[in-house]
Design a protein. Sequence first.
Length: 327
Amino acid sequence: MKKKIFVSMLMSILLCILSIPSPASAYTANITVAKDGSGNYKTVQAALDSIPANNTSRKIIYIKNGTYKEKVRVTKPYVSLIGQDKNKTIITYNDHVDTSKPSSYNLETPTVIIKAKDFSAENINFVNTSGQIERANAIKVQSDRASFYNCIIFGGQDTLLLNNSGERAYFSKCTISGDVDFIYGAMIAAFDSCIINSNDKTGYITAASTPQQQKYGFLFVNCNLTRDSSVTTGGVYLGRPWRPYASVVYKNCTMDAHINLTGWNNWGNSANEATARYMEYGSSGTGWNASKRVKWAKTLSAKEAENYTVNNYMKGTDNWNPTKKPY
């Protein structure tokens, strides 16, 4: 009798294991990329190139584990890249801006450039290995409605460029790592439950260039601001304004001791203090001290903080809701 019960329990456990969907079975992939040749293509770019230029429906590219050293350009709309494992599915390159070269070259230095609307990525590690060199983007987003889920975005200076004003990008449970101005640009962007990691001695997290007429810039909500062991206590600022009306909000974020207690930097120009739109609400951790924050930044009231939500930032005029994945 005991043997029958044991066998029955074993079969039940086995059935449960078999019924758990793998990353590849949670959706239907149109194309599979695998370095070992077991997929449709061996490179991510080859898979992207196979999609018609006039694509109008969601195309899912499943990428098996591997290190793909290539520049990736997304020029077709409605594309999703989904990796097998965010720690083992790696898209990497090592290019950076070189002022001795023409601007046409420098515009194409990022590891990945998103040039078409309605892009999404999940479970992928995007890397620029150039190190602490000016403008070494892992990702440049220059299209509307881009979303990233459970990704790693790693670089040094200027890791993530959110380029175009008025366009939107959403990041959910991602880890973004860099040192100087490593999240920057003019877009409307929401970082939802992300890890924002500083990886060199000193630096600045954001360098927003929000236009004056644009209501929203960058929103960090329920994020953890962390550091590598090499990062100096008090050596990192929440942001500095790349343009005068930079807009950045940290809401309910936990901040480690690497965050300078003054919070914000004026980029060596006191005039920026009158125009920068820097705000916090519900900050906590050793990097937060209300009495030491610069006077020209604002601590929101609970009522004011209600306006700064992922939905308000992302909805636009088309009610986009990236908290629901597009597949």
